[in-house]
Each structure stands twice: as structure tokens, then as C-alpha cells.
Design a protein around this ligand. Structure first.
Ligand code: NDP
Length: 235
């Protein structure tokens, strides 16, 4: 495969790191953005906070300088601030939206500049099964992840004619830092709802993202691709 310039936000750990490694194994030159994580060995680590447009812009500029115009963009950075909706503070709502939805908008808008010029590109947004099913305590997170679907599908219509695909992956319960501290009761309930009978791991998601970023997925855009062991079956 041709060596492309790829950028993964939040690629210092978890799902983002697995995606970055999968793309690199496939031959791409990969840059990962890190906010608090250490830059991973063997990948170009670039500091970036997706809540800051200037920081996003600087990250793309650094990736472009090192590897050329970004052709593959994976918007993975995300956060949670769980609380029951009736008790959730406005700042807990807006700050999760700022990272998970507006942060993706900032990233995609900046990345599209080069892709539109090059008339080629692959964009993958990491949403969640929670976008479709909801989850107790995650009104902010669910709203942000559902927003990604409208964002992706609007963009898919806008830039499809330029050879750019925009797809959404909705992981289920994946073993990472984000899920490790959940109460056992929550973990057990989640497991009971997974037909494949196990939690996912970051590589399960990474392999699907790599496919969506590949030439094989050239005729796939505006899709929602679940990677959830069947957890969200039916949407
Ligand atoms: P982690 O908590 O391990 O990783 C979160 C990543 O997001 C980190 O790399 C972190 O960067 C980055 N990040 C968070 N806030 C910001 C910010 N403001 N600016 C830049 N980067 C930021 O979680 P996962 O790997 O599990 O999550 C990755 C994505 O997958 C998220 O979007 C999450 O919502 C989604 N997801 C996860 C599921 C799961 O079960 N784990 C299920 C469904 C979706 P840093 O480390 O540098 O601070």
C-alpha cells in the first residue's frame, strides 16, 4: 500500500494508540496527538488539545511538515464526565461536548483543507454504542457521540465528490482506561448484553478503522460501523 500521511487524535493510549499502530503496520506514516499521554515509541507524537483550535491547527501543521498533507484522519480523542442527567452541571455537559463533538469538528475542519485540495481522503470518527442506545449517567457523552453521526453524514454529502469518505465507528465496551474503573456491577451488566460474550479490546476497533481507511473501503461513506460484539444489534 502507498505510504500515506495519517493523523490520529488521542493516539497516545487506548483505542487511538491501537489505531495508530495498525495504520503504521499497514505502511502509513502516522502522527498521533497527545495531550497528557507520553508520545508512543516509534510514532510521531504531537501535543494537542482538541478544545483549542490553534492547538489543532498546530498539530496538523507539524504532521504535514513531517509526513506531507494528511490523507487519513481518525478523530478519536474523547472524554467522559458521568452524572445522572437531572443532576448534571451545565459545565459537565458543555465540556464533554466541547471535546467529543466540537473538538472533532475543529479537527475535521482543519484536516479537510488539505484533503479537498488533494481530492482524496479518509476520515473516521470514533463515536460509541451510547450514541444509539443511550446510557444511564451519560447524557452528555451520548449527546456528543450522537452528534458525530450528523456531523459525519453531513460532511460525507459535502465532500464525497472530492473523493473523501467520512465514516463513523461505534465501539461497544472496550477495555481501556476509560472503562477500567467502572463499578463491577456496570461491567457485569455490560458483559451480559454482549452476544459474543467478551469485552472488546482496542485492536478489535483498530482493525475496522484500518479497513475504513483503506482503498478497499473506497465505496463506503456516511456509514455507522458497530464494533461491539453485537451489543447494539438492531440499530
Ligand atoms: P482513553 O481514556 O484511554 O483515551 C482517551 C483519549 O482521548 C486519550 O488519548 C486522551 O489524550 C484523548 N483526549 C481526551 N481529551 C482530549 C482533549 N481535550 N484533547 C486531546 N485529546 C484528548 O479512552 P479510549 O481509548 O477508550 O477512548 C478513545 C475513544 O473511543 C473516545 O472517543 C471514546 O469516547 C471512544 N469509545 C470508547 C469506548 C470504550 O469502551 N473504551 C467505547 C466507545 C467509544 P491524553 O491521553 O493525551 O490525555
Amino acid at each position: 500500500m502507498r505510504k500515506r500521511s495519517a493523523l490520529v487524535t488521542g493516539g497516545g493510549r487506548g483505542i487511538g494508540l491501537a489505531v495508530a499502530r495498525a495504520l503504521a503496520e499497514g505502511g502509513d506514516a502516522v502522527a498521533v496527538t497527545c495531550r497528557s499521554a507520553e508520545p508512543p515509541d516509534g510514532l510521531l507524537g504531537i501535543p494537542c488539545d482538541v478544545t483549542d483550535s490553534a492547538s489543532v491547527d498546530a498539530a496538523f501543521t507539524a504532521a504535514e511538515k513531517a509526513h506531507g498533507p494528511v490523507e487519513v484522519m481518525v478523530a478519536n480523542a474523547g472524554t467522559t464526565m458521568d452524572q445522572l442527567g437531572a443532576m448534571m452541571s451545565e459545565s459537565a455537559f458543555t465540556s464533554v461536548l466541547d471535546t467529543n463533538l466540537t473538538g472533532v469538528f475543529r479537527t475535521v475542519r482543519r484536516g479537510l483543507r488539505g484533503m479537498i485540495r488533494a481530492r482524496t481522503g479518509r476520515i473516521v470518527l470514533i463515536s460509541s454504542v451510547v450514541a444509539m442506545q443511550g446510557a444511564r449517567g451519560q447524557a452528555n457523552y451520548g449527546a456528543s457521540k450522537a452528534g458525530l453521526i450528523g456531523l459525519a453524514r453531513s460532511l460525507a454529502r459535502e465532500v464525497g465528490g472530492r473523493g473523501i469518505t467520512v465514516n463513523v465507528v461505534t465501539p461497544g465496551f472496550i477495555t481501556t482506561d476509560m472503562t477500567k474503573d467502572l463499578p463491577d456491577k456496570v461491567k457485569e451488566a455490560a458483559l451480559a448484553g454482549i452476544p459474543l460474550g467478551r469485552y472488546g479490546d482496542a485492536d478489535d476497533v483498530a482493525r475496522v478503522v484500518r479497513f475504513l481507511a483503506s482503498d478497499e473501503a473506497a465505496y463506503l461513506t456516511g456509514a455507522i460501523v458497530p464494533v461491539d460484539g453485537g451489543m447494539g444489534m438492531g440499530y
